[in-house]
Design a protein around this ligand. Structure first.
Ligand SMILES: Nc1ncnc2c1ncn2[C@@H]1O[C@H](COP(=O)(O)OP(=O)(O)O)[C@@H](O)[C@H]1O
Ligand SMILES: [Mg+2]
Length: 145
């Protein structure tokens, strides 16, 4: 799963690195559906049962949000990797502000994610935690500001 604030570059990183190999699941795909969390878990379980690799593209900001997904993977017998897009808040804000209005998140949404954010660790059950920072090797492109 990818982990990071709104505007951190998660969806872009997924498109660049995993689109060819993984089914991309995101609650953003059903913005108006009810029970999106349950739906997402069902889709992930179905993909894993079919033997496909899956990436969950949401903020996944807190251990409480990540735990059900880690549990699903565990029951399917597959390891879970976290890719944390550790992008500074100010850069997330700038990128969010530069987005077309339809995809821009309200500042309150970003602040809520900041408030509950806890960095992912292997203690939660991740087999591996990778950190991607703007401008660092393996980062999603140059540190454009
Ligand atoms: N490495 C980067 N350099 C410059 N712009 C980026 C980078 N990563 C993402 N962006 C831009 O920032 C915005 C947010 O990226 P996105 O991948 O949609 O973030 P997230 O899915 O984490 O909310 C998009 O307009 C995207 O094109
Ligand atoms: Mg996204």
């Amino acid at each position: 799963m990818v982990v990071g604030l709104q505007g951190a570059g998660k969806s872009r990183w997924v498109a660049q690195h995993l689109a060819g190999t993984h089914a991309v699941v995101s609650k953003d795909h059903w913005p108006r559906a009810r029970r999106r969390e349950a739906r997402q878990q069902r889709v992930v379980a179905e993909q894993l049962a079919a033997g496909r690799s899956v990436v969950v593209d949401n903020t996944n900001a807190s251990p409480a949000e990540r735990a059900p997904l880690i549990a699903l993977a565990r029951s399917a017998g597959v390891p879970v990797r976290a890719v944390w897009l550790d992008t500074p808040l100010e850069l997330c804000r700038e990128r969010n502000d530069a987005r077309p209005e339809a995809t821009r998140v309200p500042p309150v949404g970003l602040h809520a994610a900041v408030a509950r954010f806890v960095p992912p660790t292997t203690d939660e059950g991740f087999a591996r935690v990778d950190v991607v920072r703007p401008g660092a090797p393996g980062a999603p492109g140059p540190a454009v500001r």
